[in-house]
Design a protein around this ligand. Structure first.
Ligand SMILES: *[C@@H]1O[C@H](CO)[C@@H](O)[C@H](O)[C@H]1NC(C)=O
Ligand SMILES: *[C@@H]1O[C@H](CO)[C@@H](O)[C@H](O)[C@H]1NC(C)=O
Ligand SMILES: *[C@@H]1O[C@H](CO)[C@@H](O)[C@H](O)[C@H]1NC(C)=O
Ligand SMILES: *[C@@H]1O[C@H](CO)[C@@H](O)[C@H](O)[C@H]1NC(C)=O
Ligand SMILES: *[C@@H]1O[C@H](CO)[C@@H](O)[C@H](O)[C@H]1NC(C)=O
Length: 388
């Protein structure tokens, strides 16, 4: 290989690395913090958090929130929707476009339909999930759900906060009625974790959860937020001889060690590296592990093994299920690896590890590994050239 293409390749790879690490940083805004300054929206704010809509809003670049004050919220709450139905109703109040006060009052042709987060999440059917914004006589602006027989329930009250063209918060007078958004919604607890994992190459792990009743603990955490790291079927199979040797209590702890009592998507894991408590954490029993990031690969280091995240089985906030390439072995139960500076133990002597790399059944993982090695190779040849 001539030096020139190598240099070009390594430069573009470096740029790629710089670019990808800078795009994984913080959220665009923090709706909770913005609304905290306005006590008249405290109920609305609290429910944005409870329904996990707040974090979804924060991750969007361009958004308009139609805020309801505490009076409007109590009329909505008096209808006793479940939290999940309420999530749909509130997500109809989040427009996935930027509408400052000026733009609202000067809509071309005086009326428009705009898409909402309810529509964007795929929960809505057909044209429901759109909001009709119409300029009325005398400078009034009216809002209504598209599936509301042309009835416009709410009017513009005032602009609460505008950060063009990132986030706009507009107070409206009344909640928007929509039969579709108000329809009873299955709670995430109705999601069958076992069934999800059965279908996605996590059957062996799901079987263990069921056999030990650990699945009950996982399910109890579903509503508040749950992250599951599921070792793939072959990995679990290879580990079974060791697993069978454990006492019933240790089996359960080991399985609970594969869950976090909080929703952590990939971006959150990448920006919150460090020590992580698990479902097995209980007072003096730490049962924690460290989340590490190497390029775009997220790794879980228990100090006995380091597992890689191979892919996502299911991501439906508040539940996310990842596939990993090793069984997580807690240091409370297994002997930690002695060698101090071997964070990536893929090639480390595998005393207490199940077979790993040959079980990579996920293209992403294999490619991730390959491109990591390529980057390493190119970087070292780049350094070599600099030294010449
Ligand atoms: C809007 O968001 C972008 C991207 O997150 C950010 O760079 C920019 O500073 C934000 N604008 C304002 C006015 O905060
Ligand atoms: C948003 O702000 C609230 C209140 O200040 C804070 O508790 C929360 O951690 C913030 N969220 C993020 C993602 O920074
Ligand atoms: C919005 O609703 C009003 C009142 O029902 C209706 O006249 C108008 O055509 C609707 N706008 C759009 C874009 O559908
Ligand atoms: C979840 O799915 C599994 C497998 O299909 C089934 O055996 C189990 O009864 C289901 N659990 C619930 C609570 O529906
Ligand atoms: C299971 O435990 C027995 C007795 O301690 C031991 O001899 C055996 O090697 C263990 N098997 C595995 C697979 O760890």
């Amino acid at each position: 290989m001539s030096p020139l293409p190598t240099a070009t390749l390594s430069l573009s790879l470096l740029l790629l690395l710089l670019f990808s690490s800078s795009t994984t940083t913080t959220n665009a805004h923090n709706i909770t913090r913005i609304l905290a300054k306005f006590p008249q929206f405290s109920t609305f704010n609290r429910y944005l958090t409870a329904t996990h809509l707040a974090s979804q809003i924060n991750r969007r670049q361009t958004i308009t929130v139609l805020a309801l004050d505490n009076t409007a919220m109590s009329s909505l709450l008096s209808r006793h929707f479940s939290l999940y139905t309420l999530k749909n109703v509130l997500s109809l109040h989040v427009l996935v476009d930027y509408f400052g006060s000026k733009k609202l009052h000067r809509i071309s042709k005086g009326t428009t339909l705009t898409s909402t987060m309810f529509q964007a999440t795929g929960a809505a059917e057909g044209t429901s999930g759109y909001v009709n914004i119409t300029n009325l006589k005398g400078g009034k602006v009216a809002f209504g759900a598209e599936d509301n027989d042309g009835k416009l329930d709410a009017t513009y009250v005032k602009s609460v906060k505008e950060i063009p063209y990132n986030i706009s918060i507009i107070q409206i007078s009344h909640p928007l009625d929509s039969a579709e958004a108000e329809a009873p919604t299955a709670a995430p607890t109705d999601l069958n974790l076992t069934e999800i994992m059965f279908k996605q190459g996590c059957r062996a792990f799901a079987d263990l959860l069921k056999a030990t009743d650990a699945d009950e603990t996982f399910n109890q955490n579903l509503e508040a937020g749950l992250t599951v790291f599921c070792p793939t079927d072959q990995v679990v199979k290879d580990f079974l001889p060791k697993y069978k040797n454990l006492t019933a209590a240790k089996k359960k702890s080991l399985l609970l060690y594969h869950g976090l009592p909080v929703y952590m998507n990939m971006q959150m894991l990448k920006t919150n590296t460090g020590i992580m408590n698990t479902l097995a954490t209980d007072g003096a029993d730490k049962f924690d592990f460290t989340v590490d990031k190497n390029d775009e690969v997220v790794m879980l280091d228990t100090s006995v093994v380091t597992a890689k995240i191979m892919g996502i089985v299911k991501d439906e906030e508040p539940l996310i299920v990842y596939k990993i390439n090793k069984v997580l072995l807690p240091k409370e139960m297994f002997k930690p690896v002695e060698s101090a500076n071997a964070p990536d133990s893929a090639e480390a002597p595998a005393d207490s590890e199940p077979a790993d790399d040959q079980t990579l059944d996920d293209n992403n993982g294999v490619q991730g590994l390959r491109s990591k090695r390529l980057v390493m190779a190119v970087l070292s040849s780049c350094i070599g050239m600099l030294l010449m």
